[in-house]
Design a protein around this ligand. Sequence first.
Ligand code: KG4
Ligand code: ZN
Length: 335
Amino acid sequence: MAIILGIESSCDETSASICIDGFIKSNVIATQAIHAKYGGVVPELASRAHQQNIIPTIDQAIVQAKITKNDVDAVAFTRGPGLLGSLLVGTSFAKSFALARNIPLIEVNHMQAHILAHFIDDPKPSFPFLCLTVSGGHTQIVLVKDYFEMELIGQTLDDAAGEAFDKTAKILNLPYPGGPLIDKYGQLGDPNSFQLPEPKIADLNFSFSGLKTAILYLVQDEVKKNPNFLDERLHDICASVQQRIVTILLNKVKKAAKLTGVKDIAIAGGVSANSGLRTALLEMGEKYKWNVFIPKFEYCTDNAAMIAIAGYQKYLKGDFVGQDIAPLARMAVNI
Ligand code: KG4
Ligand code: ZN
């Protein structure tokens, strides 16, 4: 039997999870509300909140899994990418825990873990599969050849998809993180109300900065004509923005599927919680006869279950690290 404690602290969620023989028994997430009033994550505040949250979060994960600290066989933690101060809290805790109990320590790449969240529940994709990873910091199309053998075949040249949602939300005077709110209000609006541009990029890369500027100009022009524009048309503008971001993302997925011939298509990361993206991907999957894999909501945004499941796969391979391991703010998906 293998019991893995997974710890995630790369951004603004402190999370701990227990995985027993490949099954997730608990996944506790402490969300840091403090950032909302600043319109984005404040790194210094994030690391302080991680320090406050980490012990109660881990205690709760252990209690919910009905085990004790002594039962843990290995500890897996997010090494990167992420905010260095935040990563340091999880890394230091994991190192001390492993040292005190004399158990193996496992480093996990956060971007790989988002993808490996698909191995938590059935049905699981088979290798090779394509994964569109869309979060606040990343937008990537990854060809997943094996658990830890991943090839980056497309990525954003500027803003990430989550950033496009969050920055648009800011223009619309919505609080951070705006992605879920655009999703909520967009469901009540007409996605064809406003025509927004699709960037002309020939390869599998993305760009969202032009879209953000187009939205800013559109809102400025409309508000000049009608000061109540944002109140009156919020639902329609959210629906239009969401539809445009989803079509930008899925047109590239379609292209990647065609180029690689791969039919197992997955999405991962915070933006994979988006209802428009989930529905449109399912429809596309039916049309093109793909096997589509969409994570449960709790495994889309940052969570430690994905760290624990990735850690479990490394545990099976005996892939451990020493106490000299340090977190990395930048970390490619293929290392
Ligand atoms: O993966 P994640 O939790 O953290 C990072 O590693 O970045 O992703 C967070 C991002 C934020 O930009 C948030 O606005 C976005 O995911 N997000 C959504 C939705 N839920 C979260 N974007 C659009 N629609 C949603 N329902
Ligand atoms: Zn993430």
